[in-house]
Design a protein around this ligand. Structure first.
Ligand code: M6R
Length: 358
């Protein structure tokens, strides 16, 4: 039930700190990581991971690529389920497939899994619904533990999925003796993430005001960022478009000058993410370029990279998993933009919670 909330979406946004704590206590036993050891050996033996998903889960996969490549020292391909099944590339010698699906029922993902099973490869489904089709048909399952997600716009499943990817990547990296995995205090980071999300959701009025100031009467908006912030921008833009119906795009900040910047005019809303240290200075340059063309820019920056005048500051957290925290302002901005337009936040037009057709 919605309890005291008017919408499931806001309730689910607010549940994210508790979800982070639950993932941490479920998957860790002291310093020991609680995952199926047979699965762990199987996946750690792969020469390449193929992560297959749709929509928000695809965006969680893009974040996961960075996490697995760094912590588990394995190359990762991220694939859109609707494309991959019918245009399968030449696979590596020892592939392992990871399906990300909140519902576990997405038909696009399932048709890939059917092919993977026919080919005799092993797979893991990370899902919020343990007895779902994708869970039953994959070799292994890891639960997202986010609790039922009812709003069509996925929020807590995205953040849970990134956390669970990090758990598996750390376990793989420890098994393989990867220093980055040994050095990462993931429990500590998940605790920091929970606290950081809490400070953001405690400031709802701020995000309501941002939605009003930046998006009232607007038809287009852009999220930009580099590296981890590019993956995050895609999710932030999807959240905004699916419930507010404002046309929004996520762009790699460096790509703007290759075409998209022609769309920037006076007062075009541009939300810029600066959590990725390597890209930070260049993204600052891109911010100046769009501002010079009249864009109404909002900067969402991690504390360690923040500059005077940045509107939203994200508490410091490990960069690889920072989207767990920095997505939350975008969830709230989308929520309030949708509410202001009188839309049905939980059940946006033309969409269903689980997409069971290809
Ligand atoms: O249940 P799944 O994670 O497989 O669903 C995939 C997408 O349909 C889903 O993430 C969709 O994009 C959401 N409405 C996004 O908020």
């Amino acid at each position: 039930s919605k309890g005291t909330y008017d919408t499931f979406m806001l309730k689910e946004i607010d549940e994210q700190p508790a979800v982070m704590r639950k993932i941490s206590s479920h998957y860790f036993d002291g310093k020991k990581i609680n995952v199926d050891q047979k699965m762990l050996k199987d996946v750690a033996d792969a020469d390449r991971l193929y992560i297959v998903a749709a929509g928000t889960s695809y965006h969680a996969a893009l974040v996961g690529k960075d996490i697995f490549e760094n912590l588990a020292d394995v190359p990762v391909d991220v694939e859109l389920a609707s494309e991959f099944g019918y245009h399968m590339p030449k696979l590596s010698k020892k592939p392992f497939f990871i399906f990300l699906s909140q519902s576990g029922e997405t038909a696009d993902s399932r048709q890939v899994l059917v092919k993977v099973n026919e080919l005799g490869f092993h797979s893991l489904t990370m899902t919020n619904v343990p007895n779902s089709t994708l869970s039953r048909e994959a070799t292994y399952t890891m639960e997202l533990l986010a609790g039922p997600e009812i709003a069509v716009a996925s929020t807590k499943a995205y953040t849970a999925n990134i956390a669970v990817e990090a758990v598996l990547a750390k376990a793989m990296g420890e098994l393989k003796g990867v220093k980055a995995a040994q050095d990462l205090d993931l429990q500590g980071q998940l605790a920091l993430a929970a606290n950081a999300i809490q400070t953001i959701v405690d400031e709802k009025d701020k995000f309501k005001k941002i939605a009003d100031d930046y998006l009232k009467g607007k038809n287009d908006a852009f999220y930009i960022g580099r590296g981890i912030d590019f993956a995050l921008s895609l999710e932030a833009a999807l959240k905004l478009k699916e419930i507010s119906y404002i046309h929004s795009e996520g762009f790699a900040a460096g790509e703007l000058k290759h075409g998209t910047i022609s769309l920037i005019e006076k007062d075009t809303p541009v939300f810029a993410y600066i959590n990725d240290g390597v890209g930070a200075a260049h993204t600052r340059g891109n911010i100046q370029e769009v501002a010079a063309r009249g864009a109404h820019v909002l900067v969402i920056a991690s504390k360690q990279y923040a500059e005077k005048g940045d509107q939203v500051i994200i508490p410091e957290i490990n960069e690889m998993i920072s989207p767990i925290v920095s997505v939350v302002p975008a969830q709230l901005i989308a929520y309030y933009a949708s509410l202001a337009r009188g839309n049905n936040v939980d059940q946006p037009r033309n969409l269903a919670k689980s997409v069971t057709v290809e």
